[in-house]
Structures are given as C-alpha cells and as structure tokens.
Design a protein around this ligand. Structure first.
Ligand code: FAD
Length: 420
C-alpha cells in the first residue's frame, strides 16, 4: 500500500473541510491533505443552486456553487494544500492514518492531526413507519435535489412532500419551477422546521399548502406511487380519528431528518453525543481522541453553511497547532450541558487551561420560544446572558463565551433558555 505523510489530513471537502484546510494552511501547518469522495470539492453546496448562502461569512448573498467557489479558490493560492478528489476515506487507523481508495488505488495518508468533516446524511423511508408496499417514486429530498440540479432529470409529475425543513421548502419551489405539481408539504410537528423567509418564498408564493401536525400514514401504488393517505396527528403524534385524506401523486419526497455521517467516527471508537449524533468535542473541536478534530454537519447538523465554515476554521487552526506540537497540555475538562429549553449544545465540554479563551457555542432550542434569554450558569452563578428575539428548533443559536468568567469551582456549565 502506498503511504504518504502530511501535517493535517481533512476528510470531506464541503464548506467545513475547505475552511479547515484554509485555516490549517494559514496557521503554517505545512502539508494539508483534503480527501473528498466526490468528483469535485464543495460538498452539499454544489447541488444547492438557490441563493441564500454566505450572508454572514462573505457579507453577500450567494448560490451554493458560488459559495463553494469562494472556499475553493483561496486553497489554490495557499502553499502545501493537496486535494484528493474521487477519493474515499475508508478508515482512520491508529487515530492518525487515513486509509483512502481513489484513482491511485489504496493509499494511506499519515497525518499529524486529522479533521473529520464528512457532513451528514438523510434518513430514508426505513426511519419512519409508513404503511404500504415499495413502489418506485419515493425519494429523499436531497437525492431529488441532486437529480434535478446536477443530473438534469425530474423525479415525477405530481409530488407530496413529508417534512418542512429548508430542504423541503427549497425543493417544493424548485419542483414547481420545473413544472412538477407539488400538492402539499406535511409536517408532523405543530411548527415548521424551516426558516420563515423560506416558507414565504417557497410555499406561499407558489400556493403550496403546508399541513402542520400531519403525516403520511400510507403510500399507495404497486409499480409506481399512485397516492398517499395523509392524517392529522395529536400532540403525541397519534392519528386523530376522522383526520384522514387522500392525495393522488406519483412522487413522494421524504425529509425526515439528517444525521451526522458518522461511520468513520464509530469505526474509530470516538464517543458520540446521543443528542447530536456526532462526536463529542471541546471548544477547539478536538474530539476525545487527541489529534482528531471534527467540524460541520458531521458534528451536529447546521442550517447555515456559514456556521459550518466558522466551525471548520476553528478545527483547522487547532489541528495545525496540534500537528506542530504547539497546542499545549489539555487542562481540566468541564462538561457543557444543555438545560431547560435546549436540545443540543456544542461543544460538549471545555478544556480549562491557560489564559482566557473565546468559545464559539452552538445550540438548538427544543421548541419555539419568543423573546427568550440564553443563559450559561456555572458554580451556581450566571456567567453569560443574552436576550434573543426568538428561538426555533430549525435555527442554530450562536454565542461567544469567555472562559475567564467561569468560577474555579464549577463542576459543569448549564446552558439554558429562559423566558424573557
Ligand atoms: C437543500 C439544502 C439547502 C440548504 N440551504 C442553505 C442556505 O440557503 N444557506 C445556507 O447557508 N446553508 C444552506 N444549507 C446548509 C449547508 O449547505 C450545510 O450546512 C453545509 O453544506 C454543511 O457543510 P459540511 O462541510 O459540514 O458538509 P457537506 O457540505 O455535506 O460536505 C461533506 C463532504 O464530505 C464528503 N465525504 C463524506 N464522507 C466522506 C468519506 N468517507 N471520504 C471522503 N469524503 C467524504 C462528502 O462527499 C461531502 O463533499 C442547505 C443544505 C441543504 C441540504
């Protein structure tokens, strides 16, 4: 097996991986390898031809491919960055050797530090209980997006979509523009998981109804989908008697959750957070395995590419320092716990060592709340507090914490949302 060496190896060439590569190279890491299984860099951005990317990171509204281009071009000018496309990372052995399969066969890339940036994957039909046979015409929303935007094909003529996250909203509009009749979007929760601006621009503007507290209870059809039974559900998601109706269609798109692409993380034995589905990390996005970092959707699903980029830069910079032996000893580990009103928090622990540090904290609300206050409490006192206009499960909450404000005696940090 051919073996190569580099300072930092990055698995995944989406916005998180590309930002990690740029930050590692700018921190003077030396050789940085970006390993991407697809034909080109950019990750999920390449199939998102709609605009709405980059408002925070580039201060401009870009399409997905334009955002990707902005991330790829600087790498070409940075010395030491090597890109391996069409190359799948099969395993990470010993915590620092990425075994890859690509155009040159099996190649082992031994690195001083590894950044995992493999993104996430969609849950498929098996993840939800829908009665019926297995006719053709059932797709995940992301697979349909790739089909329409990159392969130039349509999934069908009349569609019903299950889910209400941004992928659903964007695809409902996209299919309508291409002449597919989108009969409805159904969401089992009593609220939508998409951005409000996307509901207005993608559903309301196209006259597509959104049924909240509804799901698909059966898919009909033998060879091809012929229709779906929709049903209203109560607060416990149980079907409501008399709440059934039938919609004729030949296509069903499912968008029933994204989960971090964590095969490599599992294979390496990295401790995973059961709430996010990704590895547990500290503030520098180092996992509990020294020298292995993670960023972007592989860690927790982001709604904005900008956040994946910010997190990639944190991990890339820290990986470069680790590879060059400059990251110093790991200090006391302080657990970060999602408290009232929050479902997930990243990082899951803080390493308290050396001087003050700025910590980029990402959190998700468990249910919508108007005008809440985001609070961090440690050692019995509030160390951070910020009023938010609103919090929704679909929108990432972002905050910067300073570690010098933490009491010495704190056993953990509780992050919570309280009603303002
Ligand atoms: C439909 C849709 C609409 C969106 N709309 C917006 C929007 O309007 N604005 C916005 O800011 N954000 C939007 N986003 C979110 C944004 O695109 C993502 O949050 C962001 O792309 C995540 O970046 P990432 O680098 O973590 O993952 P990805 O972009 O998924 O990149 C991961 C990369 O890793 C590669 N990979 C995985 N496993 C391996 C392996 N074993 N070996 C080698 N390579 C591997 C994959 O091929 C992929 O290229 C949207 C996302 C979707 C799906």
């Amino acid at each position: 097996m051919e073996t190569k060496e580099c300072a930092v190896a990055i698995v995944g060439g989406g916005p998180a991986g590309l930002a990690a590569a740029k930050a590692a190279a700018q921190a003077g890491a030396g050789e940085v390898a970006v390993i991407e299984r697809d034909r080109e860099l950019g990750g999920i951005l390449q199939q998102c031809i709609h605009s709405g990317f980059g408002l925070r990171h580039f201060n401009e509204e870009l399409t997905g491919p334009a955002y990707a281009e902005r991330c790829i071009l600087p790498l070409k000018r940075l010395p030491g960055v090597r890109v391996y496309t069409d190359t799948m990372a099969l395993a990470v052995q010993g915590g620092n050797t990425v075994v890859t399969s690509g155009p040159r066969g099996i190649v082992a890339i031994k690195a001083g530090a590894v950044v995992l940036a493999m993104g996430c994957r969609e849950r498929a039909r098996g993840a939800v209980r829908i009665a019926g046979t297995r006719p053709a015409g059932v797709f995940t929303a992301g697979a349909a997006q790739r089909m329409v935007n990159m392969e130039g094909a349509l999934p069908g003529n009349t569609a019903v979509i299950l889910g209400s996250g941004d992928i659903v909203l964007i695809m409902a509009r996209r299919l309508s523009i291409e002449g597919v009749r989108v009969r409805a979007c159904l969401e089992i929760a009593p609220w939508s998981n998409g951005l409000l601006r996307n509901i207005a621009q993608c559903l309301d503007d196209y006259g597509i109804p959104l049924y909240l507290s509804h799901t698909i209870s059966a898919i009909h059809g033998r060879d091809r989908v012929t229709g779906v039974t929709c049903v209203k559900v109560d607060e416990a998601f149980r079907p409501v008697a008399g709440g059934e109706f039938y919609l004729e269609c030949d296509t069903v798109l499912l968008s029933v959750g994204l989960i971090p692409e964590n095969e490599l993380s599992r294979q390496m034995g990295l401790p995973l957070d059961p709430l996010t589905g990704g590895p547990r990390v500290g503030q520098d996005r180092q996992t509990e395995r020294p020298g292995v970092f993670a960023a972007g959707n592989v860690l927790h699903v982001h709604d904005l590419a900008d956040f994946a980029s910010e997190e990639g830069a944190i991990a890339g910079r820290a990986a470069a320092l680790y590879a060059s032996g400059q990251s110093g000893a790991r200090g006391r580990s302080l657990p970060v716990i999602p408290g009232d009103g929050l479902r997930t928090v990243v990082p899951q622990f803080l390493n308290i060592s050396g001087g003050p540090q700025n910590i980029k904290l990402f959190a998700r609300a468990s249910r919508p709340k108007e005008k809440p206050i985001l609070e961090a409490a440690a050692g019995g006192r509030v160390v951070f507090s910020r009023a938010l206009p609103a919090a929704r499960p679909s929108e990432m909450i972002v905050a910067d914490l300073e570690t010098d404000r933490l009491p010495e005696t704190a056993g953990h940090i509780d992050i919570r949302l309280r009603q303002g």
